[in-house]
Design a protein around this ligand. Structure first.
Ligand code: GLN
Length: 487
């Protein structure tokens, strides 16, 4: 068995599993051994349950043995961010508030992964309640970037990107409210896809900012992203924002969709603050597309400068409302020190939430309070419309936009103690969430210090098939994700 089995793609493993060259139990055994070997360095998992994973793998082998057509992920180990519910498994959001909470039901994405035969593997670390860009806000432990464990893996889905880059899973899911799939994918050298808002059900995802949250895959290749998206996308009556759109066969569409495309370069995304090595790598990717016959057009998204402010008003407002449910009464942490019921609310929340979560609840409560609502929240909603309009206008002229994913490569743990410095990590990713668009981060090279860099492609709503094809054209020429960290 190849020692590199844990770095394989879904496509390769499916072929080996289907030909019985490999069993799902053997594959899971390799993943468990790999995870145990590297976890002391990486710390991508909040928890994992070996026996449960091996039992799932055995059930997968039994299904294959019946001769039934295997599901799209039959026998493939898939890790889930610890904000996605799995029946009977811990669901902590990396918060003390939910440290002892066990989910009583499956998220819709979980049901779909199980239906496709996936072996669910572990609960992956993240920033507390998905608030952050480095996974350092986890109440439990930080996660190391597999390329340099003294650096962050990005966030908030840093456990999902690190586990994949370290060979501890074959694919993972994360959630993206302002960049939390794409930015950690860029920092760890893997592919990360944030689907159109409403394409993937949010039922069973711990809510952060409901008008922005979206679940999506981390994978080694664009084709693998197409496979996982095909499993998790689609209408769900349990999520009122779910699209009723027909879901194409994304993997088959990859063969069909051919360029050349017209690609837009938003000039506001190449401004001050962009690391020169990342700027050069993205410029090289643009030159590649041009060499393939694509038309490259400089365009403007004039309201980009307001994205960060708009996001941090809307996201915190929604978070303050969503997190009101953690009151120490129904579930989650309950203070043992409370004198009466009001004191119970105060103390349970004071003890259960970390500093960044409290900061956002306070900010969000403020912008929604009477007297400030019009000045902040209502105005932010109006600006959000303008930001969305910028993208709509751009897509009159181009098929997709190319930008850097993150302005900087993975930074040292502890290097960004100022919250504003951390918020700036999302400068190129949050506009996409405000506009509800699909976007993908694809590895686009390494810095001189051997840290991965990512390229972001942004498309019009529900154009994932096209976006994946554009991304794959680059990946075929530059398969950066075939490089793996030495751990
Ligand atoms: N870093 C951003 C934030 O802290 C985005 C997080 C996310 O996408 N979940 O809000």
């Amino acid at each position: 068995m190849s020692s590199e089995l844990f770095f394989s793609t879904i496509g390769d493993l499916r072929a080996r599993l289907d030909s019985r060259d490999l069993s799902a139990v053997e594959l899971m055994g390799v993943m468990i051994a790999r995870t145990k070997a590297v976890e002391p360095l990486v710390g991508a998992f909040n928890s994992f349950d070996e026996r449960d994973a091996l039992a799932q793998a055995a059930a997968s082998d039994a299904r294959r043995a019946t001769g039934a057509t295997p599901g799209a992920l039959e026998g493939i180990p898939v890790g889930l961010k610890d904000v996605i519910a799995v029946n009977g498994q811990p669901l902590t959001a990396s918060s003390k508030m939910l440290a002892n909470f066990v989910s009583p039901y499956d998220a819709t994405v979980t049901t779909r992964l199980k239906g496709a035969g996936a072996v669910l593997w572990g609960r992956l670390n993240c920033d507390e309640f998905a608030m952050g860009s480095s996974t350092e806000n986890s109440a439990f432990h930080p996660t190391g970037n597999p390329w340099d464990v003294t650096r962050v893996p990005g966030g908030s889905s840093g456990g999902s990107s690190a586990a994949l880059a370290a060979g501890e899973a074959i694919a993972t899911l994360g959630s993206d409210t302002g960049g939390s799939i794409r930015q950690p994918a860029a920092l760890c050298g893997v592919v990360g896809l944030k689907p159109t808002y409403g394409l993937v059900s949010r039922y069973g995802l711990i809510a952060y900012a409901s008008s922005l949250d979206q679940i999506g895959p981390f994978t080694r290749t664009v084709e693998d992203a197409a496979i996982v998206l095909g499993v998790i996308a689609g209408h769900d009556e349990l999520d009122s924002t779910s699209w009723k759109a027909a879901i194409p066969d994304y993997r088959a569409e990859l063969q069909r969709k051919q360029g050349p495309w017209t690609l837009g370069i938003p000039k506001e995304y190449f401004a001050e603050g962009l690391d020169p090595e990342i700027g050069a790598a993205v410029a090289a990717a643009i030159a590649f597309y041009e060499s393939q016959g694509c038309r490259i057009k400089e365009i403007s998204l004039p309201h980009t400068q307001y994205c960060l402010d708009t996001y941090y008003i809307i996201a915190t407002a929604e978070a303050s409302s969503n997190l009101a449910r953690y009151d120490g009464v129904r579930y989650g942490h309950r203070s043992q020190q409370a004198k009466d019921v009001v004191d119970l609310y105060f103390k349970s929340r004071a003890e259960g939430f970390g500093a960044e979560v409290k900061r956002r609840i306070i900010l969000g409560t403020y912008v929604l309070s009477s007297g400030y609502y019009d000045a902040f929240y209502l105005r932010a909603q109006k600006v959000r419309t303008l930001i969305r309009q910028d993208f709509t206008n751009a897509f009159q002229e181009v098929d997709a936009l190319i930008t850097p994913t993150s302005p900087i490569p993975a930074f040292k743990m502890g290097a960004k103690s100022d919250p504003l410095a951390m918020y700036l990590c999302d400068i190129y990713t949050i506009g996409v969430n405000l506009a509800g668009l699909p976007a993908i981060s694809v590895p686009c090279g390494f810095t001189r210090g051997n840290l991965p860099m990512g390229l972001q492609l942004i498309g019009p709503p529900l154009q994932e098939a096209n976006l994946l094809a554009i991304a794959q054209a680059y990946e075929r020429a530059y398969p950066w994700s075939q490089r793996h960290p030495l751990l």
